[in-house]
Design a protein around this ligand. Structure first.
Ligand SMILES: [Zn+2]
Length: 202
């Protein structure tokens, strides 16, 4: 599986294009359509949103219309995306959810013969969802290299972040791809998660 990281010009958020034998998956939509198109080879099978903040969702409908595929996201995006005060994009609002498949809690999908697990991980936002594809965790703004997402934005919660970290501790991933900054290994995240579990438990 080939994974291309594209850094957007909105708060340096990451968009990832994953090329599998059966087609591509895209995680987050902050990067311009043009940049993403140059990384896509073949058919796009699905788009995933890790959460509804503007820097991750800005181009999502451009992608879904261009590639003709569905957008998977936690169901709480229907509260976050229509409201700029909650998605932090000036004048940014999505009210048309016809291209969306709304996910509830944790579960498993099969798309193009590919298994994708999803984990509801609130704390940074109430619509945060992490995705596991072939031992690669797409962690959005929940886990960073040496950090976690801020919990002081709308719908954030330290207590929920703590239980999301505990949940991710038990997920079998080798590499975490975060919504900003560089990737991290399982070993790096073991340390990172422990540090922030202690910090959030105080
Ligand atoms: Zn965010």
């Amino acid at each position: 599986m080939k994974i291309t990281q594209i850094v957007s010009d909105i708060l340096d958020s990451n968009t990832f294009v994953c090329e599998t034998d059966n087609g591509c998956f895209i995680f987050d939509c902050g990067a311009s359509l043009e940049k993403v198109m140059s990384a896509v080879k073949g058919k796009v099978l699905a788009i995933f949103l890790t959460h509804g903040h503007y820097d991750h969702a800005k181009h999502v409908l451009e992608y879904s219309k261009t590639f003709g595929c569905k957008i998977y996201a936690n169901k709480n995006v229907t509260e976050i995306l229509p409201d700029p005060a909650k998605n932090y994009g000036e004048n940014f609002a999505i009210n048309d959810f016809s291209d969306f498949v709304l996910l509830d809690g944790d579960g498993q999908l099969s798309i193009g013969g590919q298994k994708i697990e999803y984990f509801y991980c609130p704390g940074h936002s109430k619509c945060c969802c992490c995705y596991l594809l072939n031992n690669h965790l797409f962690a959005g703004d929940v886990l960073f290299f040496q950090g976690i997402g801020r919990t002081d934005l709308y719908g954030g919660s330290k207590l929920e972040m703590l239980s999301s970290l505990k949940k991710l501790e038990n997920v079998d991933f080798e590499i975490a791809h975060s919504g900003h900054d560089r990737d991290s290994t399982r070993l790096e995240q073991n340390k990172n998660i422990k540090v922030f579990e202690r910090f959030l438990s105080r």
